[in-house]
Design a protein around this ligand. Structure first.
Ligand SMILES: [Zn+2]
Ligand SMILES: [Zn+2]
Length: 232
């Protein structure tokens, strides 16, 4: 294959990838892909069940979660570089991989009406210059033809990252952090985020969307942390 057709370099080994993405086949195999996960919260599970004990006990407000990776190296490092060192090529790569996975899972079922990238507080957006969730959404919206909605939800409280908060404080940290208007009433939406830790941030946003009578909410994320993950 002529290399000008695929001028992509693998983000992990820096070799030419010979594919339409910045990841070679060899490195792709080494990534911590989630194989068996709870259909509801996306957490990696080892049992035969499809729904984890936590979700059975306390069902989340979202219907299902699709996550690509376990939140561990090198994914955790790459996502930190994306957020704090403007490595936007990573957003394009992960968004494309997510689009690929999603396209296989929604062949027989209805696709969501729109994607809501997890909103950033204006203060954080100004510091960073971009919202990584919007960047991750771009390849998905392009390939699956699902529009991005940037107007229905806003983050009204500037919170500390959940990964820096003790697990029992996470719910309190994001309480009343969001506002949603009534433009998505009766719609089927998906919340897209880079990392899902305890799921409390997403639940806080879901609460506002449900209050505005959103019909159904799914979650798509690049990496899913298990309940026992350490903070970084
Ligand atoms: Zn490679
Ligand atoms: Zn679960």
């Amino acid at each position: 294959m002529p290399s000008f057709l695929f001028p992509h370099t693998c983000i992990l080994c820096n070799r030419r990838s010979h594919r339409a993405i910045d990841l070679c086949e060899t490195c792709e195999k080494t990534l911590p892909w989630i194989q068996d996960a709870c259909a509801r919260c996306g957490r990696s599970i080892t049992t035969e069940t499809t729904i984890c004990g936590k979700c059975l006990k306390r069902p989340p407000l979202y219907e299902q979660t699709i996550a690509l990776f376990r939140y561990e190296p090198p994914i955790s490092t790459l996502l930190i570089q994306l957020k704090f060192h403007q490595q936007l090529t990573y957003a394009n790569l992960f968004g494309s991989l997510l689009a690929e996975k999603i396209s296989h899972l929604y062949t027989k079922t209805q696709k969501p009406d729109c994607i809501i990238p997890m909103p950033l507080h204006l203060k954080r957006l100004k510091e960073r210059g971009f919202n990584q969730a919007i960047e991750l959404s771009r390849p998905i919206t392009k390939s699956l033809k699902i529009p991005i909605d940037l107007h229905a939800c806003t983050r009204i409280k500037s919170t500390l990252p959940q990964t820096l908060i003790a697990p029992n404080e996470r719910k309190k940290n994001v309480r009343n952090a969001f506002h949603a208007n009534d433009s998505l009433k009766g719609k089927y939406v998906v919340i897209l985020d880079d990392v899902m830790t305890s799921g409390e941030t997403i639940n806080a946003l879901c609460k506002q969307l449900k209050a505005q009578q959103v019909k159904r909410i799914d979650v798509w994320c690049c990496a899913r942390a298990g309940s026992s993950d350490l903070f970084f």
